[in-house]
Design a protein around this ligand. Structure first.
Ligand SMILES: NC(=O)c1ccc[n+]([C@@H]2O[C@H](COP(=O)([O-])OP(=O)(O)OC[C@H]3O[C@@H](n4cnc5c(N)ncnc54)[C@H](O)[C@@H]3O)[C@@H](O)[C@H]2O)c1
Length: 316
C-alpha cells in the first residue's frame, strides 16, 4: 500500500483517479480548494478510511506529516469557461502551485506526475501532434492563461528533474469525457448531451468541420496509472484517443444516442479555438502498452446516463 497525494481530487479526472487508486488498495490524500471541483464527486468515498481530503489552495505551500510516495498533480481549472473567468488563479496554480508540489515531492523523495494538456500545442501546425512538436500558442490571447500556465508547469517540472533529480513524468492529456463532468462547464460533451436530452437546439461553434478526439475517462485513468507506475522519468507522454471526429458528426452521434429531436445552430468560433487536435499516441503504445479501449458509443452512453440522473435530480 502506497500513500498517494492527489491535487485536484474533487475534480472530474481527480475523483475518478481516486476511485481507481483506492480500489487498488492505496491510501490517498487529496488537496483541493474546490475552485472548480465539487465535494459531491467524492461523496461515495466519504466514509473510506483510506481517503483523507484537505481543503487547501496549492498556491500556498503545505507540509504533510505522513510520508508520501507518489503525487498526481491534477489541480488546475481545465475548461475554457473556468479559466477565462479566473485567468490569474489558473496561471498561479500552474506556476506557484506546481512549484509547491515539486518542493513537496523533493522533500518526500516522491515521484510526481504532472497533468499537462494538449493545449500546450496551441493551434497546432502539425497533425497528429507528437510529443516532439513544440506548439503554436498565442502568448497574449485569451486562452494563454491556461496554455502558458501548463507550459510553465512542464518547464519547472523539468527544471526540478534536471537540477534536483526529482523523479517526474508529464502526461499530456487530450480531451477527456465521462460521468462527473459538470453540466455547465461549457465543453461540447455536456453541452451537446444536455441540449439533446432537452430537445433544445444543439449549438456548434464555427461551422462544425473542426475536429476533436475524445478519450473516455476510464481509459485515461488507465493511462495515468500506467504512466505513474512506469520507469519513465523526465519525459512527456501524450494520453488521448487518436480517433478523429468532426464536431458536426459528434453532435449527430449524441442526438442519435439520446433519440433527440434537437435541431442544430451555429455560433462564431471563439478566438484561438484550434481547428484540429489529434494525439499521436505511438509513445504511450510502445512504452506503456496503452491505448484507449472504450468505443465512443459505450463511453457516450455511460455519460448520457450520468446527465439523465443529474437532470432528474435537479428537476425534483
Ligand atoms: N478534462 C480534460 O479533458 C483535460 C484535458 C487536458 C488536461 N486536463 C488536466 O487534467 C487536470 C484535471 O482536469 P479536470 O477536467 O478534472 O478539471 P476539474 O476542474 O474538474 O478539476 C480540477 C480540480 O483542481 C482543483 N483546483 C484548481 N486550482 C486549485 C488550487 N489552486 N488548489 C487546489 N485545488 C485546485 C479544482 O477545485 C478541481 O477540483 C487539470 O490539470 C487539467 O488541466 C484535463
Amino acid at each position: 500500500m502506497s500513500t498517494i497525494l492527489i491535487t485536484g481530487g474533487s475534480g472530474f479526472i481527480g475523483s475518478h483517479l481516486i476511485d481507481r487508486l483506492i480500489k487498488d488498495n492505496h491510501r490517498i490524500i487529496s488537496l483541493d480548494n474546490l475552485i472548480t471541483g465539487r465535494t459531491s464527486n467524492l461523496d461515495h468515498q466519504k466514509d473510506n478510511l483510506n481517503l483523507k481530503t484537505i481543503n487547501h489552495d496549492i498556491t500556498e505551500p503545505i507540509d504533510i506529516e505522513e510520508k508520501i510516495d507518489y503525487i498526481f498533480h491534477m489541480a488546475s481549472p481545465a475548461s475554457p469557461i473556468d479559466y477565462l473567468q479566473i485567468p490569474k488563479e489558473t496561471l498561479l496554480t500552474g506556476s506557484i502551485g506546481t512549484k509547491n508540489m515539486l518542493d513537496l515531492a523533493q522533500k518526500h523523495s516522491a515521484r510526481l506526475l504532472l497533468a499537462s494538456t494538449s493545449e500546450i500545442y496551441g493551434d497546432p501546425l502539425e497533425h497528429p501532434q507528437k510529443e516532439t512538436y513544440f506548439g503554436n500558442v498565442n502568448t497574449i490571447g485569451p486562452r494563454s492563461c491556461y496554455d502558458e500556465a501548463k507550459r510553465f508547469a512542464e518547464a519547472i517540472t523539468m527544471a526540478y528533474h534536471r537540477t534536483h533529480k526529482t523523479n517526474v513524468v508529464i502526461a499530456r492529456i487530450f480531451n477527456t469525457y465521462g460521468p462527473r463532468m459538470r453540466p455547465n462547464d461549457g465543453r461540447v460533451v455536456p453541452n451537446f448531451i444536455i441540449q439533446s436530452l432537452k430537445n433544445e437546439p444543439v449549438t456548434i461553434n464555427g461551422d462544425g468541420t473542426q475536429t476533436r478526439s475524445f478519450c473516455y475517462i476510464d481509459d485515461l485513468v488507465d493511462g495515468l496509472t500506467k504512466l505513474m507506475f512506469s520507469e519513465i522519468q523526465g519525459e512527456a507522454v501524450n494520453l488521448g484517443n487518436p480517433e478523429e471526429t468532426t464536431i458536426n458528426d459528434f453532435a449527430e452521434k449524441i442526438k442519435t444516442l439520446t433519440n433527440s429531436a434537437s435541431t442544430t445552430t451555429y455560433n462564431d468560433l471563439p478566438e484561438n479555438d484550434p481547428i484540429r487536435r489529434l494525439p499521436d499516441i505511438t509513445k504511450a503504445k510502445q512504452l506503456l502498452n496503452w491505448e484507449p479501449k472504450t468505443d465512443i458509443e459505450t463511453g457516450l452512453s455511460a455519460t448520457i446516463e450520468h446527465f439523465k440522473n443529474v437532470m432528474n435530480k435537479t428537476d425534483k
